[in-house]
Design a binder for this molecule. Structure first.
Ligand code: AMP
Length: 276
């Protein structure tokens, strides 16, 4: 396995692969790798001849009050996880390598990025779409793997690729959960014991909304209330029933929908979603 910190080196390593008929799979991550990331890597391994994992905590997608500086960076452990899972190349650039000068060019996917997390994290999806397009241009993968846990991110990337004719196939991977239902996340390690005990309530609330839909309820407001009842006095940032493609809230459920929520436990923000 190679670990490349520069654009020049990683492109030199990929040059012969681009010219071969091997399929290149990219798994973009911010490191602090866990079983959710491993599922993405293992899916890529099954479908691709060469697997590249990028490890980059992208400052462009963090707001000024967010956790950029405290975000976990256990790089040695991440390299081991990649090695253990048969990754071919780890691309781990420093910030200056990705942003050597003031970034003036950005990728924006309107509408899809405006509600849900986008409403509370201004500029977040612009930062995500921009860094992902940079990674696609640097690494030129055939496929790229994204977790459904970050449903809006997946929808933004899918729409970016479609609208800008980016020749990369986007592959969604189902959310990996702890035994009690909590979606695995690098941010779960911020939770203290009591917050960790409470945390699965988000998934339970989303499941309750899905149950209400499956029992025949179509009114989004009533479905939403059923989920909010489960959340009780937890601080809810949003809880919405949205169209799975464009992330717009629906008033009535007429086809498949995503139920998505964000909650705060202390200073930690958790997100999750389910399909119904
Ligand atoms: P991150 O390092 O948090 O930016 O995540 C990198 C990729 O891993 C994204 O595509 C995430 O959606 C995906 N991911 C994170 N957590 C999970 C999980 N629990 N299950 C599946 N995919 C995940």
């Amino acid at each position: 396995m190679r670990v490349d910190p520069t654009v020049k080196e990683v492109r030199e390593a990929l040059e012969p692969v681009w010219r071969s008929d091997k399929v290149i799979g990219l798994v973009p991550t911010m490191g602090a790798l866990h079983v959710g990331h491993e599922k993405l890597i293992q899916t890529a391994k099954k479908e691709c001849g060469v697997v590249v994992v990028s490890v980059f905590v992208n400052p462009l997608q963090f707001g000024p009050q967010e956790d950029y500086s405290r975000y976990p960076r256990p790089f040695g452990k991440d390299v081991e996880v990649c090695q253990r899972n048969g990754v071919d190349i780890v691309f781990a650039p420093f910030v200056d390598e990705m942003y050597p000068r003031t970034q003036l060019a950005f990728t924006e996917v309107t509408r899809v990025s405006e509600g849900l997390c986008g409403a509370f994290r201004p500029g977040h999806f612009r930062g995500v779409a921009t860094v992902v397009l940079k990674l696609f241009n640097i690494l030129q993968p055939d496929r790229a793997y994204f977790g459904e846990k970050d449903m809006q991110q997946l929808a933004v990337i899918r729409r970016m690729v479609a609208d800008l004719n980016v020749p990369v196939e986007i592959v969604p991977v189902p959310t990996v959960r702890e035994a009690d239902g909590l979606a695995v996340s690098s941010r779960n390690q911020y939770l203290d014991a009591e917050q960790r005990r409470v945390a699965p309530v988000l998934f339970r609330a989303l499941q309750e909304a899905a149950r209400v839909i499956h029992s025949g309820e179509k009114d989004a407001a009533r479905i939403r209330e059923s989920a909010l009842r489960v959340l009780g006095d937890v601080r809810v940032e949003y809880l919405e029933i949205v169209d799975p493609e464009d992330m717009q809230p629906v008033a009535m459920v007429t086809g498949s929908v995503r139920i998505a929520g964000a909650i705060w436990l202390g200073t930690t923000r958790l997100i999750d979603n389910v399909l119904a």
